[in-house]
Design a protein around this ligand. Structure first.
Ligand SMILES: Nc1ncnc2c1ncn2[C@@H]1O[C@H](COP(=O)(O)OP(=O)(O)OP(=O)(O)O)[C@@H](O)[C@H]1O
Ligand SMILES: [Mg+2]
Length: 548
């Protein structure tokens, strides 16, 4: 597009010199008019007034502290009825009293204008207020424009509500990610410690069987460590590092099957309305974890309705077009909404509700891990959670999950093994780099009649195996160990003992193991923390299976 440079001629005109250059001036004015007309004919920019008018950004001219002019976009943005009404308003009325940084708007505005006058232009973010009181963020560009003796300000406002929302979402996601990593790390190390605490407490209990006081004391230790294990499980859920066992299930059916439990949980003062469609709503989730999610959300609704109310649970199917602040790909999804008529939440509580350990409940009433585990489980399942709530009016928590196109899973629990508990006195080589855990495993197995040889690392295990004449029944080894890892050790031993059975133990999650290059498909894994009885169960089941 052709540039339209009028400045030198206008300068000439401004000089208003009618003697020497009078003729020249007239010629220039004629030229200017002709060029403007030509410019229009060629489809160029019509004129500057029109540019101002047509801009999608709000454009204004301010002279001192009065509005001289503004375009329609300004009127629309600020939701005024007419341009005249807006132009009569004092500029200070268009901002809230304070800016987000806590400064008084009028003071800060003066500073911003001073910078624009000094530098020629200044760009910054600002909070404005519409005629209806809504405060919204804009990016402002102030440009000082000399107009004869005076200098006026050309102001451009661009609304950045959407950009701010995305920035906030990103910041929130990053925070959740960081807290998740921390929580996951602590939970993992804690799990290892719990193996020792739980295990020794159980052994202790057997040792003091004749003394009822001691038995009850040790039972307290077991109970406390079981509570701690639930906590670490919730933290792992939040950090999205859980080992989920997803199955394709009908969400409506799962919710339906839980109504009895939900009803008991919410009590008699709360009415429950359940709305599920006749069609199947297939989603791929871990059914046990989904149950946990539902019960956590229902428990919150109950706590919010201490004086009674209504809890509506509604499952629907929908199609997402993208946008609207939900982190879910486009396509078909299933929605599960829990609406209560309880106390509701303010904006600050909504913003922090998914944080682990964030609770507004009295000490001892809530740990603040309910919604964080909900968040982790749903995110790990490819879905998203959102909260709409108003203080005093109630809350809707919506869970969105992508609709699965796979067939529904057969019911049945493959995890429950039918175990013959009879010990067989087999010889087990235990490799565990954590000495306390190694001692506990040895003690547990020996008490059950197994013969145990224990090694601290892979090399020691190879030496011991050689001493044993390469003859034992089972290798029970940690997966991740320094120098030589569990599967490498098993591989080396199998060169000498073809067909050797190996059972692996790990407190790490599938994701970590897979990242370290372990394929979990063809290994048998015993997850930490485990109680002595679970260890014995798995070892026995494993040995029995290998026999057949
Ligand atoms: N339905 C609801 N109505 C009102 N506030 C809620 C609702 N659900 C959650 N909240 C708020 O969010 C906070 C965090 O919930 P979350 O479930 O994570 O923890 P909690 O219920 O306090 O403790 P926990 O679930 O571990 O026992 C609650 O303390 C409460 O302030
Ligand atoms: Mg809760």
């Amino acid at each position: 597009m052709k540039a339209f440079n009028h400045r030198p001629r206008l300068d000439l005109l401004r000089k208003n010199d009618c003697s020497v250059e009078n003729q020249e001036l007239r010629r220039q004015v004629q030229d200017l008019k002709a060029e403007l007309a030509r410019f229009k004919d060629e489809g160029g920019l019509p004129n500057y007034r029109e540019l101002f008018e047509r801009s999608a950004d709000a454009n204004l001219i301010i002279d001192g502290d009065t509005f001289v002019d503004c375009n329609d976009a300004t009127v629309k943005m600020l939701r005024y009825a007419t341009r005249e009404e807006l132009l009569q308003t004092h500029p200070s009325e268009l901002s809230p009293e304070f800016q987000p940084d806590g400064r008084l708007s009028y003071e800060k505005a003066n500073d911003m204008m001073a910078i624009a006058f000094a530098k020629g232009s200044h760009r910054f973010e600002w909070s404005h207020q519409r005629a209806d009181g809504e405060v919204f963020p804009v990016e402002v560009l102030l440009t000082s424009v000399p107009d004869g003796e005076r200098i006026v300000l050309h102001v451009v406002w661009r609304e950045i509500t959407e950009r701010k929302r995305l920035e906030e979402e990103l910041r929130h996601a990053q925070k959740m990610e960081a807290v998740g990593k921390l929580a996951g790390g602590i939970a993992h190390d804690f799990n290892n410690i719990l193996v020792a605490i739980m295990g020794y407490a159980e052994l202790l209990k057997e040792g003091v069987a004749g003394d009822p006081d001691m038995v009850s004391d040790t039972e307290e230790i077991v109970r406390a460590s079981e509570k701690a294990a639930t906590l670490t499980a919730q933290l792992l859920a939040f950090s999205r590092k859980q080992d989920l066992k997803p199955e394709v299930i009908d969400l409506g059916a799962v919710v339906g099957s839980l109504t009895g439990m939900i009803q008991r949980l919410i009590g008699e003062d709360v009415e429950m309305i359940l709305e599920t469609p006749a069609v199947i709503l297939p989603v791929k989730v871990d059914p046990g974890q989904l149950e946990q999610v539902i019960l956590n959300v229902v428990a919150n609704a109950r706590d919010a309705m201490s004086d009674g109310g209504t809890l509506t649970i509604k499952a629907t199917r929908g199609v997402r077009q993208g946008g609207s602040g939900v982190d879910l790909p486009k396509g078909c999804y299933v929605s599960l909404k829990f609406t209560d008529t309880g106390a509701g939440m303010n904006a600050e509580v909504i913003a922090r509700a998914f944080e682990p350990f964030f609770t507004t409940k009295e000490p001892g009433r809530g740990t603040g891990l309910g919604l964080s585990s909900v968040y982790g489980i749903i995110k790990q399942s490819g879905g998203d959670v959102r909260i709409v709530s108003h203080e005093g009016r109630g809350t809707t928590l919506e869970i969105l999950l992508p609709e699965s196109s796979e067939p529904l899973a057969e019911s049945g629990d493959p995890d429950v093994l039918a175990v013959d508990p009879t010990p067989g006195g087999e010889h087990i080589l235990v490799v565990e780099d954590d000495a306390a855990a190694g001692r506990l495993i040895t003690k547990t197995l020996e008490k059950e009649g197994y013969r145990v040889t224990v090694a601290n690392n892979g090399q020691e295990a190879l030496d011991l195996a050689e001493n044993l004449g390469w003859s034992f029944d089972l290798l029970l080894t940690d997966v991740i160990m320094p120098v030589m890892n569990g599967p490498e050790l098993a591989g080396m031993l199998r060169r000498r003992i073809p067909g050797l059975s190996a059972l692996f133990m790990s407190g790490y999650t599938d994701e970590v193991l897979e990242r370290q290059g372990f394929s979990l498909e063809d290994v048998d894994l015993l997850r930490k923390p485990f109680s002595p009885s679970r260890l014995l169960n798995r070892v026995r089941a494993f040995l029995n299976r290998r026999k057949t």
